[in-house]
Design a binder for this molecule. Structure first.
Ligand code: ATP
Length: 235
């Protein structure tokens, strides 16, 4: 589904990612793990087209390297960004409509919004409330649902568990597990190694802008050793 080769990402004069290869197969959940500042968000920004990058990006075999952010979105890339970034002053329903901005099937959009309200009753109860008044966990659910409203081919999730209480984090990971079971292709950026490994097919570890290890998720066991690598703990 997504093939990245020799990706370098730049923020002005700073090279944040130094030439990485990464593949996400159709229907797979692939996790990119790594410590703060490793270049995870930069990688996602290069995929959405927000950050300046070199290298090659292919989506379903099509070269998207030179496409604008808008065209990549049209080609099926959607992101639930770090820090959730819902439109605070818009209602929950309006946020979902924004996610569907590129679609014209009004009937399908209404049906899907109804589906999300059934899946997340709390969002349904708050449909006319400004999204900024939701809790962190509720905003995360909304950010994921909003991204999916564009019916993407691949969903990018940037640290969905960041700053959430353990119980809420568990709920968010349940949601991701369910999306994967529905066949949605996911590239997940996380610091929570154990949870992420538990639901992933394949794992990449990013350190200082380079892939330091990669392999099928099962290879990383319960993620304890990886967590030590990420947090810099030496046993
Ligand atoms: P975190 O988990 O803290 O978000 P990350 O792995 O997502 O970390 P990035 O946010 O991609 O890491 O940052 C990688 C490097 O690029 C860091 O050194 C960071 O300071 C730098 N960087 C990121 N965004 C910018 C920017 N807009 N301008 C300048 N430097 C940036």
């Amino acid at each position: 589904m997504l093939e990245i080769q020799q990706l370098k990402v730049f923020h002005g004069p700073i090279e944040a990612v130094h030439g990485i290869d990464l593949t996400v197969a159709e229907g797979a959940c692939v996790t990119l793990l790594g410590p703060n500042g490793a270049g995870k968000t930069s990688t996602l920004s290069a995929i959405t087209g927000v950050a300046r990058a070199t290298g090659s990006l292919r989506l379903s075999g099509q070269d998207i390297t030179r496409l604008s952010v808008e065209d990549r979105c049209k080609q099926g890339i959607a992101i639930s960004p770090e820090g959730r970034r819902v439109f605070s002053n818009l209602t929950v329903r309006e946020n979902l409509l924004m996610g569907a901005a590129g679609r014209r099937d009004k009937g399908g959009i209404s049906k899907e919004i109804k589906g999300w309200f059934e899946q997340f009753p709390i969002l349904g109860e708050r449909r006319d409330q400004p999204a900024g008044t939701l809790s962190g966990g509720e905003q995360q659910m909304l950010a994921i649902a909003r991204a999916l409203m564009s019916r993407p081919r691949i969903l990018l999730l940037d640290e969905p568990s960041l700053g959430l209480a353990p119980q809420i984090t568990a709920r968010i990971f349940d949601i991701i597990r369910k999306l994967k079971a529905e066949g949605i292709t996911i590239l997940l950026v996380e610091q929570n190694a154990a949870e992420a490994i538990g639901l992933s097919d394949y794992v990449y570890v990013l350190n200082n802008g380079l892939i330091s290890s990669e392999g099928p998720a099962a290879q990383f066991g319960d993620g304890a050793a990886l967590m030590d690598e990420i947090t810099g703990v030496h046993r």
